[in-house]
Design a binder for this molecule. Structure first.
Ligand code: UD1
Length: 342
């Protein structure tokens, strides 16, 4: 019998790509999303790619009764929890909004999973939990640093919620995937990142500048202690990232976990500077980007990249798409948005 995966936040950027990969790996998927940070573009794109509609429940994970009902209505073998707010700056300005939403939704999920006989829970965490590491690459053993934002705090707290629940309740198993910088879009250009308003993240800002929605990209800081003075990050292709979720879900469902709570870094292991990323984008897409150097962005870490060895060995997963393919896919997606008037 096919196994069913509940994807909370399944209409968003990462959720939509993960849904496609889960379906292609033979899982059934139930999508739940409150649409607070996206429209139906992601869901419709997924439907086109897989050639059918999936169960879609519009609901808020902060509504405990709705979450409980979801677990009554479906036999859920695993849940992947994406539903959360993710803007660092906004979280500093509105900490209560972030704490209420990101923590309550995950607590409701864990509570429902436990009261319905247990579940495999995959939490979408972030490299933000490492803060500014003393050195890179970081392994899963690298100590977490005190968070510099309420957003980062919620990622750390949710990891701890999961770890503690797994310890106390044998019917819950958990994996936290710590993403580095997810970028790019599906090769079909039917799903991708669709930020509301001015993008905070680098690649959507680049593609919006290239298409003319933004006048000029500001590169935040060129006097960092790095080879070219701009920050170093580990940019991970969104389809590669999505495939890591399939590996992690299978590991849980097939009973292959070595411990009941596991953490994996999901990155390439390759640092790239902002300047290198910008020039790679220009080269692969044959265009000139309007950019300038600006002041450092408060709160930015100088350099962080992953040691993905554990995920490579234990999940049997490896980042495969080249940065050129990824940046071409990001541009194809931006052009698709322009063609469809979005
Ligand atoms: C940011 C968050 C991180 C979160 C992740 C989600 C911060 C400090 N960190 O990571 O917690 O998990 O997003 O995707 O916000 N840059 C520019 N110009 C721009 C935008 C970005 O130069 O217009 C630079 C940044 O200074 C940084 C790099 O590009 O060096 C990547 O930035 P971004 O895409 O925002 O990701 P992170 O800051 O790494």
């Amino acid at each position: 019998m096919k196994k069913t995966v509940l994807v909370s936040g399944g209409a968003g950027f990462i959720g939509s790509h993960v849904t496609v990969e889960l379906i292609s790996a033979g899982y059934d998927v139930v999508i739940a999303d409150n649409m607070s940070n996206c429209d139906m573009t992601g869901y419709e794109g997924v439907s086109k790619i897989i050639g059918r509609e999936l169960p879609f429940i519009r609901m808020d994970f902060c509504d405990s009764q709705a979450v409980d009902k979801l677990f009554s209505d479906y036999r859920i073998d695993a849940v992947i929890h994406f539903a959360a707010f993710k803007a660092v700056g906004e979280s500093v300005a509105e900490p209560l909004k972030y704490y209420k939403n990101n923590l309550m939704s995950f607590l409701n999920l864990l509570d429902a999973a436990h009261s319905h006989g247990g579940c495999n829970v995959l939490f979408s965490s972030s490299a933000t939990v490492y803060g500014e590491p003393d050195q890179s690459p970081v392994t899963e053993q690298t100590p977490r640093q005190p968070s510099t934002s309420p957003y980062g705090n919620t990622k750390q707290m949710c990891e701890d919620f999961l770890r503690d629940c797994v310890k106390a309740y044998p019917d819950i198993k958990g994996i936290a995937l710590r993403y580095f910088n997810p970028i790019g879009a599906h090769p079909s250009a039917l799903i991708g990142e669709l930020p509301r308003g001015v993008p905070n993240n680098l690649v959507p800002f680049i593609t919006q500048t290239a298409i003319g929605k933004r006048e000029c990209l500001s590169i935040f800081g060129n006097d960092y202690p790095t080879p070219d003075g701009t920050c170093l990050r580990d940019y991970i292709d969104i389809v590669d990232l999505a495939k890591a979720h399939v590996c992690a879900v299978s590991r849980m469902i097939d009973g292959k976990m070595k411990e009941n709570y596991e953490i994996f870094n999901i990155g390439t292991g390759r640092p790239l500077s902002v300047y290198e990323l910008v020039t790679a984008f220009e080269k692969v897409n044959g265009l000139k980007l309007n950019y300038k150097y600006a002041d450092r962005r408060p709160g930015d870490v100088v350099a962080i990249w992953a040691d993905p060895t554990l995920a490579n060995e234990e999940l049997g997963w490896k980042a495969e798409r080249s940065i050129e393919e990824t940046l071409a896919s990001a541009w194809a997606w931006e052009k698709h948005l322009a063609e469809t008037g979005k």
